[in-house]
Design a protein around this ligand. Structure first.
Ligand SMILES: C[S@@+](CC[C@H](N)C(=O)[O-])C[C@H]1O[C@@H](n2cnc3c(N)ncnc32)[C@H](O)[C@@H]1O
Length: 383
Protein backbone atom coordinates (compact mmCIF):
# COMPACT_ATOMS: atom_id res chain seq x y z
CA UNK A 1 0.00 0.00 0.00
CA UNK A 2 1.38 3.48 -0.81
CA UNK A 3 1.09 5.83 2.17
CA UNK A 4 -0.84 9.05 1.47
CA UNK A 5 1.28 10.74 4.15
CA UNK A 6 5.02 10.42 4.59
CA UNK A 7 5.75 7.91 7.32
CA UNK A 8 8.93 6.14 8.35
CA UNK A 9 9.24 2.71 6.73
CA UNK A 10 8.39 -0.12 9.16
CA UNK A 11 10.87 -2.98 9.63
CA UNK A 12 10.41 -6.18 7.63
CA UNK A 13 9.20 -8.00 10.78
CA UNK A 14 6.63 -5.26 11.50
CA UNK A 15 5.45 -5.31 7.87
CA UNK A 16 4.97 -9.09 8.11
CA UNK A 17 2.71 -8.66 11.19
CA UNK A 18 0.76 -5.95 9.38
CA UNK A 19 0.40 -8.13 6.27
CA UNK A 20 -0.91 -11.02 8.38
CA UNK A 21 -3.45 -8.75 10.12
CA UNK A 22 -4.47 -7.39 6.70
CA UNK A 23 -5.19 -11.00 5.61
CA UNK A 24 -7.25 -11.63 8.77
CA UNK A 25 -9.31 -8.47 8.25
CA UNK A 26 -9.74 -9.14 4.52
CA UNK A 27 -11.05 -12.64 5.34
CA UNK A 28 -13.56 -11.16 7.78
CA UNK A 29 -14.68 -8.63 5.16
CA UNK A 30 -15.23 -11.46 2.64
CA UNK A 31 -17.13 -13.53 5.23
CA UNK A 32 -19.33 -10.51 5.99
CA UNK A 33 -20.28 -10.16 2.30
CA UNK A 34 -17.67 -7.57 1.25
CA UNK A 35 -18.29 -4.76 3.77
CA UNK A 36 -17.32 -4.39 7.46
CA UNK A 37 -18.52 -1.82 10.00
CA UNK A 38 -15.66 0.51 10.92
CA UNK A 39 -16.04 -0.31 14.65
CA UNK A 40 -15.23 -3.94 13.89
CA UNK A 41 -12.27 -2.90 11.70
CA UNK A 42 -10.96 -0.72 14.55
CA UNK A 43 -11.44 -3.54 17.04
CA UNK A 44 -9.40 -5.91 14.85
CA UNK A 45 -6.75 -3.27 14.07
CA UNK A 46 -6.24 -2.64 17.80
CA UNK A 47 -7.02 -5.95 19.49
CA UNK A 48 -6.88 -8.92 17.04
CA UNK A 49 -5.09 -11.61 19.09
CA UNK A 50 -1.33 -11.52 18.54
CA UNK A 51 -1.62 -9.04 15.64
CA UNK A 52 -3.60 -5.94 16.69
CA UNK A 53 -1.87 -2.73 17.74
CA UNK A 54 -2.41 -3.40 21.45
CA UNK A 55 -1.98 -7.19 21.17
CA UNK A 56 1.30 -7.32 19.24
CA UNK A 57 4.70 -6.15 20.39
CA UNK A 58 5.22 -2.63 18.96
CA UNK A 59 6.76 -0.01 21.28
CA UNK A 60 3.62 2.18 21.27
CA UNK A 61 4.31 4.71 24.04
CA UNK A 62 7.23 7.06 24.68
CA UNK A 63 9.81 8.82 22.52
CA UNK A 64 10.77 5.56 20.75
CA UNK A 65 7.14 4.64 20.16
CA UNK A 66 4.20 6.15 18.28
CA UNK A 67 2.96 8.80 20.71
CA UNK A 68 3.68 10.45 24.06
CA UNK A 69 1.06 10.69 26.80
CA UNK A 70 0.91 13.06 29.78
CA UNK A 71 2.49 10.62 32.30
CA UNK A 72 5.52 10.35 29.99
CA UNK A 73 6.03 14.12 30.38
CA UNK A 74 6.61 14.11 34.12
CA UNK A 75 4.40 13.64 37.16
CA UNK A 76 2.18 16.74 36.80
CA UNK A 77 -0.97 14.88 35.84
CA UNK A 78 -0.31 12.24 38.51
CA UNK A 79 0.12 14.87 41.22
CA UNK A 80 -3.11 16.56 40.19
CA UNK A 81 -5.00 13.26 40.02
CA UNK A 82 -3.51 12.17 43.36
CA UNK A 83 -4.78 15.33 45.02
CA UNK A 84 -8.32 14.66 43.78
CA UNK A 85 -8.04 10.96 44.64
CA UNK A 86 -6.89 11.79 48.18
CA UNK A 87 -10.06 13.83 48.70
CA UNK A 88 -12.33 11.28 46.98
CA UNK A 89 -10.95 8.31 48.92
CA UNK A 90 -10.90 10.04 52.31
CA UNK A 91 -14.23 8.62 53.52
CA UNK A 92 -13.61 5.06 52.33
CA UNK A 93 -11.98 2.30 54.34
CA UNK A 94 -9.31 0.18 52.60
CA UNK A 95 -9.88 1.90 49.26
CA UNK A 96 -8.46 0.62 46.01
CA UNK A 97 -7.59 2.34 42.77
CA UNK A 98 -8.25 0.51 39.53
CA UNK A 99 -6.36 1.89 36.54
CA UNK A 100 -7.61 0.90 33.10
CA UNK A 101 -4.97 0.77 30.35
CA UNK A 102 -1.90 1.72 32.37
CA UNK A 103 0.51 2.11 29.41
CA UNK A 104 4.12 1.96 30.60
CA UNK A 105 3.04 2.06 34.26
CA UNK A 106 4.36 5.62 34.63
CA UNK A 107 1.08 7.09 35.91
CA UNK A 108 0.64 4.22 38.40
CA UNK A 109 4.16 4.72 39.82
CA UNK A 110 3.69 8.49 40.06
CA UNK A 111 0.30 8.17 41.79
CA UNK A 112 1.58 5.51 44.21
CA UNK A 113 4.51 7.78 45.09
CA UNK A 114 2.20 10.75 45.60
CA UNK A 115 -0.10 8.66 47.82
CA UNK A 116 2.73 6.81 49.63
CA UNK A 117 1.27 7.73 53.03
CA UNK A 118 -2.12 6.12 52.25
CA UNK A 119 -2.95 2.44 52.56
CA UNK A 120 -4.36 2.05 49.08
CA UNK A 121 -4.17 -1.00 46.83
CA UNK A 122 -3.58 -0.50 43.10
CA UNK A 123 -5.23 -2.72 40.50
CA UNK A 124 -4.45 -2.60 36.78
CA UNK A 125 -6.56 -3.92 33.93
CA UNK A 126 -4.37 -3.98 30.84
CA UNK A 127 -5.38 -5.83 27.67
CA UNK A 128 -1.92 -5.54 26.07
CA UNK A 129 0.44 -8.38 27.11
CA UNK A 130 3.61 -6.47 26.31
CA UNK A 131 2.46 -3.29 28.09
CA UNK A 132 1.63 -5.46 31.08
CA UNK A 133 5.23 -6.70 31.03
CA UNK A 134 6.53 -3.11 30.89
CA UNK A 135 4.24 -2.23 33.80
CA UNK A 136 5.52 -5.16 35.88
CA UNK A 137 9.08 -3.95 35.43
CA UNK A 138 8.20 -0.30 36.14
CA UNK A 139 6.19 -1.14 39.27
CA UNK A 140 8.37 -3.90 40.76
CA UNK A 141 9.38 -1.72 43.70
CA UNK A 142 5.75 -1.48 44.91
CA UNK A 143 5.57 -5.26 45.43
CA UNK A 144 2.19 -6.71 46.35
CA UNK A 145 0.55 -3.28 46.45
CA UNK A 146 -0.01 -3.59 42.68
CA UNK A 147 -2.11 -6.38 41.23
CA UNK A 148 -3.04 -7.11 37.61
CA UNK A 149 -6.54 -8.21 36.67
CA UNK A 150 -7.67 -10.04 33.53
CA UNK A 151 -11.22 -8.72 33.73
CA UNK A 152 -13.10 -6.09 35.69
CA UNK A 153 -13.35 -7.17 39.36
CA UNK A 154 -16.27 -9.54 40.00
CA UNK A 155 -16.82 -7.89 43.40
CA UNK A 156 -17.27 -4.12 43.03
CA UNK A 157 -14.55 -2.12 44.77
CA UNK A 158 -14.73 0.92 47.03
CA UNK A 159 -12.27 3.44 45.66
CA UNK A 160 -11.56 4.92 42.26
CA UNK A 161 -11.35 3.90 38.64
CA UNK A 162 -8.98 5.99 36.54
CA UNK A 163 -8.10 5.99 32.85
CA UNK A 164 -5.88 8.33 30.88
CA UNK A 165 -6.24 8.10 27.09
CA UNK A 166 -8.25 4.89 27.13
CA UNK A 167 -11.71 6.11 26.07
CA UNK A 168 -10.22 7.25 22.75
CA UNK A 169 -9.26 3.64 22.00
CA UNK A 170 -12.84 2.33 22.23
CA UNK A 171 -13.98 1.26 18.76
CA UNK A 172 -16.24 3.80 17.03
CA UNK A 173 -18.64 3.48 14.12
CA UNK A 174 -18.38 6.06 11.38
CA UNK A 175 -21.41 7.52 9.66
CA UNK A 176 -22.37 10.06 7.02
CA UNK A 177 -25.54 12.02 6.39
CA UNK A 178 -26.64 11.47 2.78
CA UNK A 179 -29.73 13.62 2.23
CA UNK A 180 -32.48 12.11 4.37
CA UNK A 181 -30.43 9.06 5.24
CA UNK A 182 -27.76 8.24 7.83
CA UNK A 183 -25.43 5.64 6.34
CA UNK A 184 -22.68 3.70 8.09
CA UNK A 185 -19.21 4.21 6.61
CA UNK A 186 -17.37 0.93 6.61
CA UNK A 187 -14.44 -0.89 5.13
CA UNK A 188 -14.03 -2.79 1.85
CA UNK A 189 -11.02 -4.54 0.32
CA UNK A 190 -9.15 -2.37 -2.17
CA UNK A 191 -6.00 -3.57 -3.95
CA UNK A 192 -3.69 -4.93 -1.27
CA UNK A 193 -5.40 -2.87 1.45
CA UNK A 194 -8.68 -1.29 2.42
CA UNK A 195 -10.90 1.65 1.50
CA UNK A 196 -13.98 3.42 2.85
CA UNK A 197 -17.44 2.57 1.50
CA UNK A 198 -21.04 3.31 2.48
CA UNK A 199 -22.98 0.40 3.94
CA UNK A 200 -26.68 -0.38 4.17
CA UNK A 201 -28.74 1.80 6.53
CA UNK A 202 -28.96 0.47 10.10
CA UNK A 203 -31.66 1.21 12.62
CA UNK A 204 -29.37 1.36 15.73
CA UNK A 205 -27.05 3.86 14.05
CA UNK A 206 -29.87 6.00 12.62
CA UNK A 207 -31.55 6.08 16.06
CA UNK A 208 -28.32 7.03 17.85
CA UNK A 209 -27.52 9.80 15.34
CA UNK A 210 -31.17 10.90 15.52
CA UNK A 211 -30.86 11.44 19.26
CA UNK A 212 -27.66 13.46 18.73
CA UNK A 213 -29.49 15.65 16.22
CA UNK A 214 -32.42 16.10 18.62
CA UNK A 215 -29.98 17.18 21.34
CA UNK A 216 -28.33 19.60 18.88
CA UNK A 217 -31.73 20.90 17.79
CA UNK A 218 -30.99 20.53 14.07
CA UNK A 219 -30.06 17.80 11.58
CA UNK A 220 -26.42 17.40 10.60
CA UNK A 221 -25.63 18.86 7.17
CA UNK A 222 -25.71 16.73 4.04
CA UNK A 223 -22.31 15.05 3.61
CA UNK A 224 -21.35 15.49 7.30
CA UNK A 225 -19.23 12.56 8.51
CA UNK A 226 -18.26 11.68 12.03
CA UNK A 227 -17.90 8.94 14.61
CA UNK A 228 -20.08 7.51 17.33
CA UNK A 229 -19.12 4.94 19.97
CA UNK A 230 -22.26 2.79 20.03
CA UNK A 231 -20.69 0.52 22.68
CA UNK A 232 -19.85 3.42 25.03
CA UNK A 233 -23.00 3.23 27.24
CA UNK A 234 -22.48 -0.52 27.85
CA UNK A 235 -18.75 0.07 28.53
CA UNK A 236 -19.43 2.87 31.05
CA UNK A 237 -22.14 0.73 32.67
CA UNK A 238 -19.78 -2.22 33.11
CA UNK A 239 -16.89 -0.08 34.36
CA UNK A 240 -19.31 1.80 36.66
CA UNK A 241 -20.62 -1.53 37.99
CA UNK A 242 -17.05 -2.35 39.12
CA UNK A 243 -17.39 0.49 41.61
CA UNK A 244 -19.50 0.00 44.71
CA UNK A 245 -18.64 3.43 46.06
CA UNK A 246 -16.18 6.13 45.00
CA UNK A 247 -15.32 7.88 41.78
CA UNK A 248 -14.22 7.45 38.19
CA UNK A 249 -11.74 9.85 36.61
CA UNK A 250 -11.34 9.89 32.85
CA UNK A 251 -8.77 12.07 31.11
CA UNK A 252 -8.79 12.17 27.33
CA UNK A 253 -8.94 14.33 24.23
CA UNK A 254 -12.53 15.10 23.52
CA UNK A 255 -15.35 17.59 23.30
CA UNK A 256 -18.92 18.14 24.39
CA UNK A 257 -21.50 17.00 21.80
CA UNK A 258 -22.18 20.49 20.43
CA UNK A 259 -18.51 20.93 19.49
CA UNK A 260 -17.91 17.30 18.50
CA UNK A 261 -20.67 17.47 15.90
CA UNK A 262 -20.05 21.13 15.00
CA UNK A 263 -20.57 21.86 11.26
CA UNK A 264 -16.87 22.76 10.97
CA UNK A 265 -15.85 19.29 12.17
CA UNK A 266 -17.52 17.69 9.13
CA UNK A 267 -14.72 15.18 8.51
CA UNK A 268 -14.96 13.60 11.95
CA UNK A 269 -12.33 13.13 14.62
CA UNK A 270 -10.41 9.96 13.72
CA UNK A 271 -6.72 10.29 14.44
CA UNK A 272 -3.98 7.72 13.95
CA UNK A 273 -0.46 7.68 15.36
CA UNK A 274 2.62 6.09 13.88
CA UNK A 275 6.13 6.87 15.13
CA UNK A 276 5.29 10.35 16.46
CA UNK A 277 3.32 11.29 13.31
CA UNK A 278 -0.41 11.91 13.52
CA UNK A 279 -2.38 11.11 10.37
CA UNK A 280 -5.97 10.45 9.37
CA UNK A 281 -5.73 7.18 7.41
CA UNK A 282 -6.75 4.20 9.58
CA UNK A 283 -5.94 1.80 6.73
CA UNK A 284 -2.22 2.56 6.73
CA UNK A 285 -0.15 -0.27 8.22
CA UNK A 286 -2.98 -2.02 10.12
CA UNK A 287 -1.70 -3.23 13.48
CA UNK A 288 1.30 -0.87 13.45
CA UNK A 289 -0.71 2.33 13.70
CA UNK A 290 -2.72 3.43 16.72
CA UNK A 291 -6.28 4.26 15.64
CA UNK A 292 -8.29 6.56 17.91
CA UNK A 293 -11.27 8.91 17.89
CA UNK A 294 -11.94 11.92 20.05
CA UNK A 295 -14.29 11.34 22.97
CA UNK A 296 -17.83 12.74 23.03
CA UNK A 297 -17.92 13.74 26.71
CA UNK A 298 -21.66 14.53 26.57
CA UNK A 299 -22.24 10.89 25.56
CA UNK A 300 -20.03 9.81 28.52
CA UNK A 301 -22.02 12.01 30.90
CA UNK A 302 -25.37 10.68 29.56
CA UNK A 303 -24.15 7.08 29.86
CA UNK A 304 -22.89 7.75 33.39
CA UNK A 305 -26.21 9.23 34.54
CA UNK A 306 -28.11 6.32 32.93
CA UNK A 307 -26.14 3.91 35.11
CA UNK A 308 -26.70 5.85 38.34
CA UNK A 309 -23.43 7.81 38.50
CA UNK A 310 -23.27 11.51 39.31
CA UNK A 311 -21.43 13.75 36.88
CA UNK A 312 -19.39 15.50 39.57
CA UNK A 313 -16.87 17.45 37.49
CA UNK A 314 -15.75 18.30 33.98
CA UNK A 315 -12.97 20.68 33.02
CA UNK A 316 -9.99 21.05 30.69
CA UNK A 317 -6.65 19.46 31.50
CA UNK A 318 -5.08 22.95 31.61
CA UNK A 319 -7.67 24.16 34.14
CA UNK A 320 -7.30 21.00 36.21
CA UNK A 321 -3.50 21.13 36.28
CA UNK A 322 -3.24 24.88 36.86
CA UNK A 323 -5.76 24.82 39.71
CA UNK A 324 -3.95 21.92 41.35
CA UNK A 325 -0.37 22.95 40.75
CA UNK A 326 -1.04 26.53 41.81
CA UNK A 327 -1.89 25.12 45.24
CA UNK A 328 1.54 23.47 45.51
CA UNK A 329 4.67 25.19 46.83
CA UNK A 330 6.96 26.37 43.98
CA UNK A 331 10.07 24.30 43.36
CA UNK A 332 13.39 26.13 43.74
CA UNK A 333 16.13 26.72 41.16
CA UNK A 334 16.28 26.71 37.36
CA UNK A 335 18.50 23.80 36.38
CA UNK A 336 18.35 21.57 33.29
CA UNK A 337 15.67 19.38 34.87
CA UNK A 338 13.58 22.43 35.71
CA UNK A 339 13.87 23.64 32.11
CA UNK A 340 12.83 20.24 30.77
CA UNK A 341 9.93 20.30 33.19
CA UNK A 342 8.97 23.75 31.92
CA UNK A 343 8.87 22.56 28.31
CA UNK A 344 6.79 19.51 29.35
CA UNK A 345 4.41 21.83 31.19
CA UNK A 346 3.94 23.87 28.01
CA UNK A 347 2.89 20.71 26.15
CA UNK A 348 0.50 19.79 28.94
CA UNK A 349 -1.03 23.26 29.31
CA UNK A 350 -0.97 25.13 25.99
CA UNK A 351 -4.35 25.36 24.22
CA UNK A 352 -2.92 24.15 20.87
CA UNK A 353 -1.24 21.19 22.57
CA UNK A 354 -2.87 19.09 25.30
CA UNK A 355 -4.22 21.86 27.54
CA UNK A 356 -7.60 22.50 25.95
CA UNK A 357 -8.02 19.38 23.82
CA UNK A 358 -7.79 17.14 26.88
CA UNK A 359 -10.61 17.13 29.40
CA UNK A 360 -11.04 15.62 32.86
CA UNK A 361 -14.37 13.99 33.71
CA UNK A 362 -15.17 13.08 37.33
CA UNK A 363 -18.04 10.67 38.00
CA UNK A 364 -19.15 9.58 41.46
CA UNK A 365 -21.09 6.73 42.96
CA UNK A 366 -22.46 7.07 46.52
CA UNK A 367 -23.20 9.97 48.80
CA UNK A 368 -20.31 11.93 50.28
CA UNK A 369 -20.45 13.89 53.53
CA UNK A 370 -18.00 16.44 52.10
CA UNK A 371 -17.69 16.37 48.34
CA UNK A 372 -14.97 18.62 46.93
CA UNK A 373 -15.36 20.03 43.43
CA UNK A 374 -12.95 19.05 40.68
CA UNK A 375 -10.12 21.63 40.62
CA UNK A 376 -10.42 24.03 37.66
CA UNK A 377 -13.31 25.90 36.06
CA UNK A 378 -16.53 23.87 36.18
CA UNK A 379 -17.54 23.25 32.55
CA UNK A 380 -20.34 20.75 33.20
CA UNK A 381 -22.97 23.07 31.73
CA UNK A 382 -21.35 22.52 28.29
CA UNK A 383 -21.96 18.78 28.36
C1 LIG B 1 -2.94 5.53 24.66
S1 LIG B 1 -2.50 4.30 25.78
C2 LIG B 1 -2.51 5.20 27.31
C3 LIG B 1 -1.66 4.56 28.34
C4 LIG B 1 -1.57 5.24 29.70
N1 LIG B 1 -2.86 5.37 30.33
C5 LIG B 1 -0.91 6.59 29.58
O1 LIG B 1 -1.55 7.59 29.84
O2 LIG B 1 0.27 6.63 29.22
C6 LIG B 1 -3.97 3.33 25.88
C7 LIG B 1 -3.91 2.26 26.94
O3 LIG B 1 -5.22 1.71 27.09
C8 LIG B 1 -5.14 0.30 26.98
N2 LIG B 1 -6.46 -0.10 26.50
C9 LIG B 1 -6.93 -0.07 25.25
N3 LIG B 1 -8.21 -0.47 25.22
C10 LIG B 1 -8.56 -0.74 26.50
C11 LIG B 1 -9.75 -1.20 27.13
N4 LIG B 1 -10.84 -1.47 26.40
N5 LIG B 1 -9.75 -1.39 28.46
C12 LIG B 1 -8.64 -1.12 29.19
N6 LIG B 1 -7.50 -0.69 28.65
C13 LIG B 1 -7.45 -0.50 27.33
C14 LIG B 1 -3.95 0.07 26.09
O4 LIG B 1 -3.45 -1.23 26.14
C15 LIG B 1 -2.99 1.11 26.64
O5 LIG B 1 -2.38 0.69 27.83
Amino acid sequence: MTPAVELPQPSAAALAVSAELTRVIAAEIRAAGGWLDFARYMELALYAPGLGYYSAGSTKLGAAGDFVTAPELGDYLARALARTLRAELAELSAPRILELGAGTGALAAQILDALADLDVGYLILEPSADLRERQRRALERFGARVEWLDTLPAEPIAGAVIANEVLDALPVSRFARRGERIVPRGVVASGAGFAWADGAERRDLADAVGSIERALGAPLADGFESEIALALPAWIASVGAALERGCLLFVDYGLPRREYYHPQRSAGTLICHYRQRAHADPFLYPGLTDVTAWVDFSACADAARATGLDVAGYTTQAQFLLATLAAEPPSAGVDAAALRARSALKTLLLPGEMGERFKVLLLRRGRRARAEPLPGRDLRSRL
